[in-house]
Design a binder for this molecule. Structure first.
Ligand SMILES: Cc1cc2nc3c(=O)[nH]c(=O)nc-3n(C[C@H](O)[C@H](O)[C@H](O)COP(=O)(O)OP(=O)(O)OC[C@H]3O[C@@H](n4cnc5c(N)ncnc54)[C@H](O)[C@@H]3O)c2cc1C
Length: 305
């Protein structure tokens, strides 16, 4: 059986991305996790989510972009997305990755690109979430976020922290002083034991610890997980502390635990679904496979058919 590390290794292989994209069958398989290739398809998916009581966050799939022209195309794509959110009236914000805006080329270029999107979002009273990527870019991602946050408001731009990293509790305490809106997730990359907890129990314990810090801060944060244990811990802590349901939101990924998404929305919790779309689906898709061995069987079964 392919291990999590092996799948995450495959996720980083650019050549396989082109190979997989050639097979039409992958389009059908990826539809479970990816809303389509175009903004229109993502808008349609978000309209459905909104009808089910969930808000959304657009994610234009692309990462580790290596040409300046491509980073500029990513900025244009996001400006288009923000315009379409307003035009269609859907309830959605946007999520960006800094390697999509040039982090592997030049941090200053990245900052300038991200700034254009945050500025437009702020003007439209929308919100930009900066996703967190591998630990090699954690610090620079936080640095660029802080720079943007010093220029824009709490409700214009936010960041993500990953509970598998040892540093995360300290980062959360530091960012809360600004303050900042944080999405807490477990973390999706292959990290060495020097920087990240290897044992799931420790990742989960850190998740609960940081979740409590976030909720107690009084700032509106995103609790991003499909894990019922993390969700129950959040609901219990909020109830004990008298924290209102409207004071935070749960977040899940498109196509994962739709039942739980709808249940939480029905129970009156704010529920946001992260909606990836675009042609560069390969690394995102592989990370979803790595999270759950059953997904690999789902792919193999469909390839066989
Ligand atoms: C809204 C959102 C945004 C995210 N943003 C980032 C980010 O910026 N950076 C980052 O590193 N990671 C991000 N992630 C991914 C995250 O770090 C985890 O890898 C992912 O959410 C799985 O962790 P979990 O909390 O669901 O718990 P797990 O313990 O992994 O899973 C709990 C249960 O959820 C279900 N489940 C989880 N994953 C899958 C899957 N792929 N397919 C089917 N069922 C599944 C299963 O039932 C599983 O038993 C994000 C996740 C969400 C929900």
């Amino acid at each position: 059986m392919l291990t999590r590390s092996a799948l995450l290794y495959l996720a980083r292989q650019e050549k396989l991305k082109d190979f997989a994209a050639r097979f039409a069958v992958f389009k059908k398989i990826t539809a479970r996790f990816i809303a389509g290739e175009t903004i229109d398809e993502a808008v349609a998916a978000i309209q459905e989510l909104n009808k089910r009581g969930c808000s959304a966050s657009f994610d234009h799939l692309n990462e580790s972009v290596s040409s300046i022209a491509e980073t500029e195309a990513e900025v244009r794509e996001y400006l288009d997305v923000l315009a379409q959110i307003d035009d269609s009236g859907i309830n959605s914000n946007v999520s960006i990755k800094l390697t999509q805006f040039g982090l592997e080329i030049d941090p200053e270029l990245t900052y300038g690109n991200a700034r254009k999107v945050v500025e437009d979002a702020a003007r439209r009273k929308n919100f930009v979430r900066i996703d967190m990527e591998g630990s090699n870019v954690t610090q620079i991602t936080i640095d660029i976020f802080k720079r943007l946050r010093s220029e824009f408001g709490l409700n214009d731009v936010g960041i993500v922290l990953q509970s598998y990293l040892y540093r995360t509790e300290a980062d959360a305490r530091d960012l809360l002083k600004i303050p900042a809106r944080i999405r807490l997730c477990k973390g999706a990359y292959d990290e060495p034991p020097e920087v990240a907890y290897a044992d799931k129990k420790d990742v989960d314990a850190n998740y609960v610890r940081v979740m409590k810090l976030l909720l107690a801060s009084g700032v509106y944060h995103g609790i991003a997980t499909h894990d019922p244990k993390m969700i129950d811990a959040t609901i219990d802590f909020a109830a004990q502390q008298g924290i209102a349901k409207e004071a935070f939101e749960f977040q899940m990924l498109f196509g994962i635990r739709r039942d739980l998404q709808e249940q939480l929305a029905r129970e009156g919790y704010n529920m946001r679904v992260y909606v990836p779309y675009g042609k560069h689906w390969y690394p995102y898709f592989m990370r979803r496979l790595a999270e759950r061995p059953a997904n690999v069987w789902f792919v193999l079964k469909n390839l066989w058919k």
